[in-house]
Design a protein around this ligand. Structure first.
Ligand SMILES: [Zn+2]
Length: 317
């Protein structure tokens, strides 16, 4: 199995966060692990992307130390390997782990150590790492995003970091605001994917394409624009579709209204992903089963999506 879109900080074990909070002397975040799990999963019903993203705040308080980041990266690699994943790209935003003095570089190096440890233990899995820039505005945001790009560019030759991403509140900060940032990413030779067409419309996907994104995170709003779907299909741009997450964030109004079938039938290179294993309480095998049950995809279709994913990988396979 291959998966291109997994956020590390949305895929943490509640048991680990529980232990990390205790080790770090943080106030215990819930009465017990099962209550903590509820706080880490998307609420039912979930109102919006912003409400969904609020589920990341609590675990991030425990990920301000290098050993904690190394541990969760290793644990996720282990979990994915045990599920039969052979190639995946994990992503995280090093700038969100700098609240207690760690630098972005130290945060990225800790995650790389964890991933490498996992790959050594489970040689059947290959993991690439995407460093996320964050949507926002103002000089501090620009500085942090620039630092992320420079860090990623410097780590590219190491064979784990393989590109960058743009994450955060798409409905608040327009994709076009980050044009200069991604021109610079292109100059640095960094491959990138951009979250677009999730909480905003087809224009956001068009901007991401225009800005040189090699893949689109979600991108499902493209289904509302025939010409855009044609363009995506013609250039073979993979969409990192995350069905469960899309329904939770209201990117799709409901499961039956999710446009994955329409996109796939239009020839768009749709791939299946989890987005956030803990927040969305899912796994890739579950997303595959859901795609088959809800949209009638066959094993052959799923195999084709797998090929699209392999074709969109930022590391050489
Ligand atoms: Zn995402």
């Amino acid at each position: 199995m291959t998966e291109l879109h997994i956020h590390l900080d949305g895929s943490l074990r509640p048991e680990t966060i529980w232990e990390l909070a205790a080790e770090q002397g943080l106030p215990m975040p819930a009465a017990d692990v099962s209550a903590l799990r509820t706080l880490m999963e998307a609420p039912v019903p979930c109102g919006s992307l912003s409400e969904y993203l609020s589920r990341f705040a609590l675990p991030m308080t425990c990920l301000q130390q290098a050993d904690a980041l190394e541990r969760v990266a290793w644990e996720l690699t282990e979990e994915l390997a045990k599920e039969g994943m052979t190639y995946c790209e994990l992503r995280f935003a090093p700038q969100l782990s700098t609240k207690k003095g760690m630098t972005q570089a130290q945060a990225a190096e800790a995650v790389i150590r964890g991933v490498k440890r996992g790959m050594k233990e489970f040689p059947a899995i290959r993991v690439g790492l995407l460093l996320c820039c964050m949507r926002g505005e103002g000089p501090e945001c620009e500085r942090a995003n620039l630092e992320t790009l420079e860090l990623a560019a410097g780590l590219l030759a190491g064979g784990v970091v393989c590109g960058v991403d743009l994450a955060g509140a798409e409905e608040v900060y327009d994709t076009g605001m980050f044009r200069d940032l991604f021109s610079r990413a292109a100059r640095y030779g960094l491959p990138y994917t951009i979250h677009a067409g999730e909480a905003d419309g087809p224009d956001s996907v068009k901007k991401a394409l225009d800005m040189g994104a090699r893949r689109i995170g979600h991108g499902i709003a493209a289904a509302r624009d025939e010409r855009l779907m044609d363009e995506l299909a013609r250039y073979g741009i993979p969409l990192e579709v995350c069905i469960t997450s899309n329904v939770q964030t209201k990117a799709a109004p409901s499961l039956k209204d999710h446009p994955i079938r329409r996109l796939y039938d239009a020839g768009v290179h749709v791939t299946l992903n989890t987005d956030n294993r803990t927040v969305s309480a899912t796994t890739l095998p579950r997303e595959i089963a859901l795609a088959k049950a809800a949209f009638g995809f066959t094993d052959q279709d799923v195999e084709r999506m797998e090929e699209y994913a392999r074709g969109g990988a930022f590391l050489c396979l």
